[in-house]
Design a protein around this ligand. Structure first.
Ligand code: HSE
Length: 375
């Protein structure tokens, strides 16, 4: 009998990418899916499954050996404790951040921490949570250096896509781009029109009260937003805090441990659609030659692709537009820095909906399945 997997939040953006990937990898052939909904209970479900069950039906959720959720933090916080209190001993796999830092949860990124995941399963851990997209993408890019424990510290300057803020934000970015274009369209048609006049019209339009800004609050089009997520009140954003906290948790390095890797970040939203990019300054524990660094990076995992540090290759391959919709983790601009021995730069891009969100979750499900078949 196939393992019953409850799937919640599958209609949202991350959930849709998850379902797409599960179909591509034939995951549904190995499970008996039960789809849950917060709004359309009883409606037809995908993949020939039973009609939609209610996402607040603890009994139906409790019948699942695995619950796989992209529903979001509020639902997780409201549902997970009640399900556990009711005695449910199934596996909880979740994209939301609510449970990430709990002691009885592991952040899943199996190409980097597969061994830790297996050990946690052996210990009886039952909560497996996807990491913050920026952190997961950085760690996949640096997988080869992390595997050899060569990273002493990292500073990440991020260029994060609109998708990280949500589907509505992606729409708003495009609407803003449209406003910018419209403001200049008449002048753009005239090759003699002065560029400063064009720029003035665009700037006015992007600052005007009419600009759609319900979700971002300001213009992202033609601009950037140098703050992502909550203000922690200490000069740091929640997104920046996660860089250090989650990276070390993924590696199993507890707070206070001597082998922690300090990760400092400055997180910025830019007008890309779904790929996060990051400029990294890395201090290595040992001063390796460039060729060794490159070969370690290239061998990090099956998805990382080292891009030669030339203008042509970087422009062609190291961009959000190039990477969008793929599982590729590109890393390039690798160079030894003049500031001292062991300092290198790198630039990496990854799709924040795929490896940044959906992919680690479906892979966790596949890691679990052989164990569940044994019980
Ligand atoms: N917090 C990320 C962002 C996305 O705002 O880009 C989810 O990890």
């Amino acid at each position: 009998m196939a393992v019953r997997v409850g799937i919640v939040g599958w209609r949202g953006m991350v959930g849709s990418v998850l379902l797409q990937r599960m179909q591509q990898e034939d995951d549904f052939a190995h499970i008996q899916p039960r789809f849950f909904s917060t709004s359309q209970v009883g409606a037809a479900a995908p993949a020939g499954a039973l009609p939609l069950a209610s996402a607040s039906d603890l009994e139906a959720l409790g019948e699942c050996a695995v619950v796989l959720s992209c529903q979001g933090g509020e639902w997780t916080s409201a549902t997970h404790p009640r399900l556990r209190q009711a005695g449910w001993r199934g596996y909880w796999i979740d994209a939301a951040s609510s449970l990430r830092m709990h002691d009885d949860a592991v952040i899943v990124l199996d190409p980097v921490n597969g061994a830790l995941i297996e050990q946690a399963l052996d210990r009886g851990i039952r909560n497996f949570i996807g990491g913050n997209c920026t952190v997961s993408l950085m760690m996949l890019a640096l997988g080869g250096l992390l595997r050899e424990d060569l990273v002493e510290w990292v500073s990440a300057m991020t260029y994060q896509a609109a998708s990280g803020a949500g589907a509505q934000n992606m729409r708003e970015l495009l609407a803003q781009m449209g406003v910018a274009h419209q403001a200049a369209a008449a002048l753009l048609g005239d090759p003699q029109a002065p560029i400063l006049a064009i720029d003035e019209r665009v700037s006015q339009a992007l600052r005007s009260a009419q600009l759609p800004r319900e979700h971002f609050g300001v213009s992202l089009a033609g601009s950037l937003i140098p703050w992502i997520a909550e203000d922690l009140g200490n000069g740091m954003s929640k997104e920046e805090w996660k860089g250090d906290a989650e990276c070390n948790k993924i590696l199993g390095r507890a707070p206070g441990a001597s082998n922690r890797i300090p990760v400092e970040s400055l997180c910025v939203r830019i007008g890309a659609m779904r790929c996060h990019a990051q400029a990294l300054t890395i201090k290595l524990r040992r001063d390796l030659g460039l060729a060794d660094i490159e070969s370690l990076l290239a061998s990090g995992n099956a998805w990382v692709r080292l891009i030669p540090n030339t203008r042509a290759a970087s422009v062609a391959a190291l961009s959000p537009v190039h990477v969008a919709g793929t599982l590729d983790i590109v890393v390039g601009r690798v160079r030894k820095l003049a500031v001292g021995p062991g300092f290198i730069s790198a630039f990496t891009v990854g799709d924040q909906l795929l490896w940044g969100a959906a992919e680690p979750l479906r892979r966790m499900l596949r890691i679990l399945l052989p164990r569940l078949a044994l019980v």
